[in-house]
Design a protein around this ligand. Structure first.
Ligand code: NOJ
Length: 538
């Protein structure tokens, strides 16, 4: 595969509502991001991906868009956005915007027109039926909402305020392509495409044999032709990259989306490793097996790596240890994320080891997915206290708490009460403390991003895992002709000795980076959550 800048990039994901509030209204904003660009440059980030900042009634954190070409005033103005883009480009950094075109807000003028009468010219911009089928929303409850004014039902696979666009309608496609051109001409460097494998719905919208089976609506026939059209009409005309959010795939079904010769997308987010972990509990051999499966299954195409995002719990709480070994575990997870094959995404706050929260009441939560599931389960007789406790560890609000800049009021995020309460651990876990200490998580991330950039094997190298059945140790090599790099990770709270196989253990090693000071004698006994990166010398 040809080499591209987006393969070499380290990408940083910003959830703007929670990053930095510059004007004291409790909501993060674009000028707040501009204030922090030097910090991000220093962290070694090349590209910023912004979660949606468009006009939105904010039913689902801005994924319900009411105007694709306007900035939500809570985040600032178009002039602020232009200043942000310029600030990034001046620093040699790039900007990727979230493209959310499977659905709009029900307050988008297209939907307002569509629902106004059955004969409105834009009626067919959305999916209307006289009677619902048995599909379920991916959040909770039925996937159809009744509209009293026109007496029909519209489809929404997320909240009822997020009606599905009808991509079978050429006018919808044209309007979206025009909007994409508009942003691309403004100089953005790429799109992260929200649930992009949902755009095509199955012919006739039949009842699902199992309404909880996502294969009913993901990856439907026609989706590849549609993405090829989008590529031909829009994407191919710019030097940009695209990453598709593509749930419910195997390597075989994912490959066509990102194979270079098919001209659809450049890389993808798949979720099999996290979905398996969340269903069955953390299990390192399974994680390794899935990493290998995706590495081999996507050969010739490009993957991405991430340990967290705005849709799940915090990485150090989910995969690591957010207690005694938090600092080592957060550094280890960063090491894993930046040395496995694929372009790494760092989610804001993971670079200081931010942790999950447990708010005392459901009323403290804003995550519509969690709140809808809570309401549905309570209506079906679940015991509220136990239900709250079971939903807390997976709530998307875990990752959406305000960034902890300092130990000052509201963690230095805002001078006002933040829209979502700050994690009470901010007095100990914050950036100011991290920058003051050479051994902090953040200082380590700075070294890690630089090491990745200067080590081609970590970007383009083959991936060879060792000790695959070991339940605590994750050991792998990344190699190119003339450069071999060995990564040793201990994902446990105990010491473990690494027994390296022949051809690896007998090579001379040069330590490139470690998250704790390793023993001077070069012994391969790893302490709890220890991570080391070596160069293997012939
Ligand atoms: C995926 C986004 O990441 C998530 O936050 C959102 O709720 C859904 N897509 C719907 O847009």
């Amino acid at each position: 595969m040809e080499r591209n800048w987006w393969q070499e990039a380290v990408i940083y994901q910003i959830y703007p509502r929670s990053f930095r509030d510059s004007n004291g209204d409790g909501i993060g904003d674009l000028p707040g991001i501009i204030e922090k660009l030097d910090y991000l440059r220093e962290l070694g980030v090349d590209v910023i991906w912004l979660n949606p900042i468009y006009s939105s009634p904010n039913d689902d954190g801005g994924y319900d868009i009411s105007d694709y070409q306007a900035i939500n005033p809570a985040f600032g103005s178009m002039a602020d956005w232009e200043a942000l883009l310029e600030g990034l480009h001046q620093r040699g950094m790039k900007l990727v915007m979230d493209l959310v075109v499977n659905h709009t807000s029900d307050e988008h003028p297209w939907f307002v027109a569509s629902r106004s009468s059955r004969t409105n010219p834009q009626r067919d911009f959305y999916i209307w039926r006289p009677a619902p089928n048995n599909w379920r929303s991916l959040f909770a409850g039925p996937a159809w909402a009744h509209d009293d004014a026109t007496g029909e039902y519209y489809l929404h696979l997320f909240s009822r305020k997020m009606p599905e666009l009808n991509w079978a309608n050429p006018d919808v496609r044209r309007a979206i392509y025009d909007m994409m051109h508009w942003w691309l001409r403004k100089g953005i460097d790429g799109f992260r495409m929200d649930v992009i494998n949902l755009l095509v719905k199955p012919e006739g919208l039949p009842d699902a044999p199992d309404p909880t089976d996502r294969n009913v609506f993901f990856n439907q026939p026609g989706i590849h032709e549609l993405l090829q059209e989008m590529n031909r009409e829009v994407l191919s005309k710019y030097d940009i990259f695209t990453v598709g959010e593509i749930p419910a795939v195997t390597p075989a079904t994912a490959r066509p989306y990102v194979s270079a010769d098919r001209h659809e997308l450049n890389m993808l987010f798949q979720f099999e490793h996290f979905e398996t972990i969340d269903r069955d509990g953390w299990d390192l051999p399974t994680f390794k097996r899935l990493q290998r499966k995706w590495y081999e299954g996507l050969a010739g195409a490009w993957n991405s790596q991430f340990i967290g995002n705005h849709d799940g719990p915090r990485a150090v709480s989910r995969l690591g240890d957010d207690g005694e070994h938090r600092v080592s575990a957060a550094k280890l997870l960063g090491t894993m994320n930046l040395t496995l094959p694929g372009t790494p995404y760092i989610y804001q706050g993971d670079e200081i080891g931010m942790t999950n929260v447990s708010y005392p009441s459901i009323d403290d939560y804003r995550d519509i997915q969690m709140v809808s599931r809570y309401r549905e389960a309570v209506a079906n007789g679940a015991e509220p206290e136990a239900l709250l406790r079971s939903l807390q560890p997976t709530s998307r609000d875990n990752a959406r708490t305000p960034f902890q800049w300092s130990a000052g009021p509201n963690a230095g995020f805002s001078s006002a009460t933040p829209w979502l309460p700050v994690n009470p651990r901010f007095t100990a876990i914050n950036l100011a403390a991290d920058l003051a200490s050479p051994d902090s998580v953040c200082r380590y991330y700075q070294r890690l991003t630089r090491l990745r950039r200067s080590t081609p094997a970590l970007i383009y190298g083959d991936y060879r895992p060792y000790l695959e059945a070991d339940p605590h140790l994750y050991v792998y090599e990344r190699s190119l002709p003339g450069e071999r790099v060995l990564v040793l990770l201990n994902l446990s709270g105990e010491n473990h000795r690494v027994a390296l196989p022949q051809g690896v253990g007998d090579q001379r090693r040069e330590l490139l980076l470690a998250n704790v000071a390793p023993p001077a004698d070069g012994e391969l006994e790893l302490s709890p959550w220890e991570a080391r990166i070596y160069r293997l010398c012939e």
